[in-house]
Ligand binder design. Structure first.
Ligand SMILES: [Zn+2]
Length: 244
């Protein structure tokens, strides 16, 4: 039992050190991620606008072709006007010619609107580019800072991680599960000890009778206030000394 308690306390000491290393990185990893998201958002916006722009250009071109086609038809009808034999034929032809005029006017208006839209999209895309550049530069800076911090602690972190794997393998499965659960709930510290009669996790006083039981190392006790696993000061001291 005493070894189970020692192993748990050792695991806590290693995790404390790993947590400290992670804290050195501060909000850099989150900031880098946030910037990545914003950059992707702007890139998506640009792509969307470019697709809309391309679609508008194509539509305008097909409208132009249609206008040419209509004009050439109209020309034929106008030529036929000189060969009509009666008023009925004349009316039918002029009606057709007028109808084509309307169609052309409609398509030209549509192309004017498309041209405006293409220009508007062009300006919007140009506006996004400097924003994108600023964000990318900012991200590069933060990534470089992060890399530097990681590099500075690389060896220590690798050493701690290896040690952690060994200690984790030595920890009984249910103990480890319980440790991880409390660690998650308590934001890091799952194992506490008793100093000046109080739990070092939550600083509440541990009743004398309970302190006595804990010192006997017969089973796992959890602090009745914070739920952390409690080990005696003797075990804590022993493990800490061995660590040094
Ligand atoms: Zn406590």
């Amino acid at each position: 039992m005493i070894n189970r308690l020692k192993t748990l306390y050792e695991l806590q000491l290693i995790d404390d050190q790993l947590d400290e290393l992670e804290e050195l990185r501060g909000d850099l990893p989150a900031a880098v991620n946030e910037l990545k998201g914003r950059i992707q958002g702007l890139k998506d916006q640009t792509e969307q606008k470019q697709a809309e722009q391309q679609g508008s250009i194509e539509k305008r071109m097909s409208n132009e072709e249609e206008i040419e086609h209509l004009k050439s038809n109209q020309k034929k009808f106008k030529a036929q006007l000189y060969q009509v034999r009666n008023n009925k034929e004349y009316d039918a032809l002029t009606k057709e010619i007028d109808h084509i005029d309307e169609e052309i006017t409609k398509l030209e208006a549509q192309n004017k609107a498309l041209e405006d839209l293409i220009q508007k999209l062009k300006i919007e895309i140009e506006d996004i580019n400097p924003q994108l550049e600023t964000l990318e530069e900012e991200m590069k800076g933060k990534e470089a800072d992060l890399k530097e911090i990681i590099k500075a602690n690389e060896k220590e972190e690798a050493k701690l991680s290896a040690k952690r794997s060994t200690v984790e393998a030595e920890t009984k499965k249910p103990d480890y599960a319980s440790y991880m659960k409390i660690r998650k709930a308590r934001g890091g510290q799952a194992v506490a000890t008793i100093r000046r009669s109080a739990c070092t996790g939550c600083h509440n006083v541990v009743p004398p009778q309970r302190q006595l039981e804990i010192r006997q190392n017969r089973r796992l006790y959890n602090c009745e206030y914070c739920g952390r696993i409690l080990v005696s000061a003797e075990i804590a001291d022993e493990v800490e000394t061995a660590e040094k």
